[in-house]
Design a protein around this ligand. Structure first.
Ligand SMILES: Cc1cc2nc3c(=O)[nH]c(=O)nc-3n(C[C@H](O)[C@H](O)[C@H](O)COP(=O)(O)O)c2cc1C
Length: 330
């Protein structure tokens, strides 16, 4: 079936413990066009855990991709079906996570060494669902980081019918580095991603890793189809609004204050459903980064939102710390 997902040049990376549904709803208010991702969900957790919780999302989050962690075709296929039934717009397979837990389950980044396994999983998922199936990978793992290996890996995915590839532009060291170190220590190599795009012009390729500024996004977008932003989007979400304004995306909020106003009805609904205010506001701490009053905004939310019974009045107090004129659209 034709890929009906709107073409997004920007996406926010999957981040465990960060890109939960409240975070995604918030990011959607900031960036109306970006593709959003769930946290990685393992096939085991989805099949045997709190499925409804993992698959819950708000209609406002579209376009939203679910990221699966696993390596076994049948389980991935069943999970892809569940995700498609739940209304997700894309299924993404994690071939980039280097954690020990993931390695012992033989998935994540170590799958870069098993292109045939990844290709057959992609093919099986594609046959099972009508939504696009994509992969997020690294440049390589350990000493297996030559360009021909990445090229071969990609060629197998293309044969298997992958819809798009998100490439974290550094390799992973599977032994000796923590997942956190693996996001900073191996050097970034953007030219390698550009080369991959030149070699696979028909494949939609998105570059990820270390992108924090508009100029860099523009430079990458001249060479690849899309840019995926992780930490910078979380710590400084307004960056996304600035980027989308530059890309001409309609509906970008005019100010950070408008983002907060857009969040209030959602917060009221979630509070009424029993969600704690802090579960939502913890993702909003970076909204005023770089503005006068940003520290007081963060402090007010961090101190007051976790209190039992905290309601949206906390937002009013936090907002009073940040002058409106200083927080306008950039
Ligand atoms: C807290 C945190 C959790 C992450 N969890 C995931 C994950 O679940 N799946 C995944 O593919 N990558 C995960 N990543 C990696 C990011 O998706 C991204 O590839 C990485 O942070 C590099 O992009 P950046 O430099 O823009 O942050 C995580 C990163 C962070 C900071």
């Amino acid at each position: 079936m034709a890929d009906m997902t709107p073409f997004c040049r920007l996406s926010v990376a999957p981040m465990l413990d960060w890109t939960d549904r409240h975070c995604r709803y918030f990011l959607r208010q900031v960036a109306p066009g970006a593709r959003l991702f769930t946290e990685m969900i393992t096939t085991g957790a989805l099949e045997h855990g709190e499925r409804a919780r993992f698959l819950a999302f708000d209609a406002a989050e579209h376009p939203v991709a679910v990221q699966l962690g696993g390596s076994e075709s049948e389980a991935l296929t069943r999970c892809a079906r569940l995700a498609a039934q739940a209304g997700f717009d894309e299924v993404n397979l994690n071939v980039g996570c280097p954690s020990d837990r993931v390695q012992s389950g033989r998935f994540g980044a170590c799958l870069m060494l098993e292109p045939a396994t990844v290709a057959s999983a992609v093919e099986a998922m594609r046959e099972a669902v009508d939504i696009p199936v994509s992969v997020k990978c690294r440049l390589g793992v350990d000493e297996h980081d030559s360009y021909p290996l990445l090229h071969d890996f990609t060629a197998r995915l293309v044969e298997a019918g992958v819809s798009r590839l998100y490439v974290h532009a550094r390799k992973a060291w599977l032994k000796g580095l923590s997942p956190k170190q693996n996001r900073d220590v191996p050097p970034l190599d953007y030219p390698r991603v550009y080369r991959l795009k030149r070699d696979f012009p028909q494949l939609e390729i998105h570059l990820n890793g270390g992108v924090t500024e508009r100029a860099a996004v523009e430079a990458h977008l001249a060479r690849v189809d899309g840019v995926m932003i992780g930490r910078a989007a979380y710590h400084n979400p307004w960056l996304l609004a600035e980027l989308e304004t530059g890309l001409g995306v309609p509906g970008v909020p005019a100010s950070r204050h408008e983002v907060v106003a857009r969040m209030l009805p959602y917060m009221e609904r979630q509070l009424a459903a029993g969600v704690r205010l802090h579960a939502i506001t913890r993702h909003m701490l970076g909204l005023f980064q770089g503005c006068p009053g940003a520290r007081a905004w963060r402090r007010t939310l961090s101190e007051e939102a976790p209190r039992p019974g905290a309601g949206v009045e906390v937002l009013e107090r936090a907002l009073a710390c940040v002058p409106v004129e200083a927080a306008g659209s950039a």
